[in-house]
Design a binder for this molecule. Structure first.
Ligand code: ZN
Length: 239
């Protein structure tokens, strides 16, 4: 489907650190800013911050699982995930940003303490996928980088490394390929790669800079173009 060389474990760890720094910078704001809408429909910026902080705690459960063999799922229940997001509406700006920082630091420390055996251990994600613990830095990098953009505070996909964007497109295109949707071929103007989305209708070629196509593929505000002025296919939700 793509010519992108696979992402590496070390890259994913770097991207997780980069995204965390971008997110913490963008979330450092007062209550008026955090109470305002994010780019995610129905979510304030505070909801996004709370969700990412809760995600660090949840991934920490998988790190614990990998380190000890004790089965500790990301979230005890679907309600627990929703409760994490809801805390964004009740915590103060200072409490929210403190939770974001502390949860990220705790996850980073727990991750850094894993040995080779623990990294190879298998854990189960909130979506029910069984993955080796070496996938955890990628899962975290996806969360922090994409949600840093979602805050709508000046961070955009153009600020993220091309290799991260390509890895993210690989991931999302594979998921979309497994679900119904319109047929499309994504051809970046600035990268030697393409993604084919099988689906209904003749495939429409969607083009633009890699960062624009990443925004489009992940369902974020985006303005890619098509050949011959065909309408840009409307993609359904992802995840
Ligand atoms: Zn998320």
């Amino acid at each position: 489907m793509t010519a992108t060389p696979s992402r590496t474990f070390e890259e994913a760890r770097d991207w997780a650190r980069l995204g965390t720094a971008l997110l913490i910078g963008a979330a450092d704001a007062d209550a008026a800013v955090l109470d305002a809408p994010s780019l995610l429909p129905g979510w304030t910026r505070g909801h996004v911050v709370a969700h990412v902080a809760a995600n660090a705690d949840a991934l920490g459960n998988l790190v614990h699982w990998a380190a000890t063999g004790e089965k500790t799922p990301m979230y005890a229940s679907p309600e627990e995930r929703a409760e994490g997001i809801a805390r964004g509406a009740v915590l103060s700006a200072a409490e929210l940003t403190a939770w974001l920082r502390e949860s990220a630091a705790k996850l980073e420390a727990a991750t850094a303490a894993l040995d080779a055996g623990a990294w190879a251990a298998e854990v189960v994600t909130a979506q029910g996928r069984t993955v080796p613990a070496t996938e955890l830095p990628w899962m975290r990098s996806r969360e922090v980088c994409v949600h840093a953009v979602d805050l709508g505070r000046g961070v955009s996909f153009a600020d993220l490394p091309d290799r991260f964007l390509a890895a993210l497109c690989d991931d999302v295109a594979a998921r979309r390929a497994a679900a119904p949707g319109p047929a499309a071929v994504l051809v970046p103007t600035d990268a030697e790669v393409r993604w084919e989305l099988p689906g209904t209708g003749d495939p429409v070629e969607v083009t633009g800079p890699l960062h624009e196509l990443t925004a489009y593929l992940t369902g974020r505000p985006a303005w890619p173009t098509t050949r011959y002025g065909a309408p840009v296919p409307e993609l359904g939700p992802w995840l």
